[in-house]
Design a protein around this ligand. Structure first.
Ligand SMILES: [Zn+2]
Length: 227
């Protein structure tokens, strides 16, 4: 749908939220076409389609790509996703306060690196709180969640980096913080959010869908047998 062009989007390169400049669009679709012997189309079904919209951020001039996906056979509402930059976390399945805090942190990236890193550390603290972590400081809380297997062990180092960078940001007068490092930390926090909240939600949704399909096909088979 073309209204995506007139909507307000957030550029996760610089945090600008507003109208982005539309550059172009690419399309993909899966269709079922039946033809008669003469090659005329006798039946046409659009199964699913996806469009990618390329925008340019008027503030930082970097590209932003947003996709629109529709499963046409099921007439589901369109799903929008920021494909690039990919650090954006999908809000689906993520507790609202954690998503808002992450989004707010990312938006400060282009304004102040220290504020951004401190805000990202805060997101990690909020995640620990939401997961019921026990411990006197952030380090102990992360250890607690690893022990309880809420966090996989590989996340430990990522958490360590987020904590250290947050500490460095508090003394930013002595340390130079590069935008590349900030990007990395944003990526780690995004991965943690995805792993803990978005991924389980998506997996569960897909699983229900498959189970539903199996149940329906089983019923159809039983009906056939009864006839
Ligand atoms: Zn931008």
């Amino acid at each position: 749908m073309e209204y995506i062009k007139k909507q307000v989007h957030t550029c996760f390169h610089c945090g600008n939220t507003g109208l982005l400049k539309f550059i172009g669009k690419t399309e993909w679709k899966d269709e079922d076409i039946a033809k008669d012997g003469a090659g005329n189309i006798i039946n046409y079904t659009l199964i699913e389609h996806e469009d990618w919209y390329v925008f340019e951020c008027p503030v930082c001039n970097k590209p932003v790509i947003i996709s629109e996906y529709v499963l046409d056979v099921a007439e589901t509402p369109a799903e929008y996703k920021t494909e690039y930059p990919t650090i954006a976390v999908s809000p689906i399945g993520v507790p609202k306060e954690i998503y808002s805090a992450f989004e707010a942190a990312v938006k400060t990236k282009g304004i102040d690196h220290s504020i951004c890193l401190l805000s990202l550390r805060r997101v990690l603290e909020m995640i620990c709180k939401e997961k019921g972590a026990v411990g006197k400081d952030l380090e102990k809380k992360i250890d607690d969640l690893i022990e309880k297997k809420v966090f996989p062990p590989m996340i430990e180092d990522a958490c360590w980096i987020i904590r250290q960078m947050g500490n460095d940001a508090a003394h930013a007068d002595k340390i130079t913080l590069y935008s590349y490092d900030v990007e990395q930390v944003i990526g780690y926090v995004a991965t943690i959010i995805d792993y803990l909240y978005s991924l389980p939600y998506r997996v569960e949704k897909m699983k229900t869908k498959i189970q539903e399909r199996k149940r329906t096909s089983k019923k159809t088979d039983e009906n056939k047998e009864n006839k």
